[in-house]
Design a protein. Sequence first.
Length: 115
Amino acid sequence: MANPPFSVEFHHDPKNKFKFKQDVADDVWLPKVAVEGWIIFSHDRKFHTLLSERSAVKQYEAACFYLPGAQDTTWDKARHFMRWVGGIESRIESTKKPFIFDLTPKGIFTPISLV
């Protein structure tokens, strides 16, 4: 069984320390997980377009990636993620926070402006 060098937390998972509800607003959970240093992965590509979410990303120096494939099966999401993980890791190591990258199904990373 694969044992990745990271853990996966869902903001609404009752086992994580925050115990957020599924419908909690993004501007509530974003600051809390960013302060923890969690890397944020989302299919929701709106954090940079809404003032409160963009402000939270900037103020709490979040590292975010917009992932494609919201309608894909869990298996396909995992397979794609494993293809992209090297690029994700290199951007985490080389890019000053805060940042958001949009990732395409072909593995192209596009930085999103937070201005």
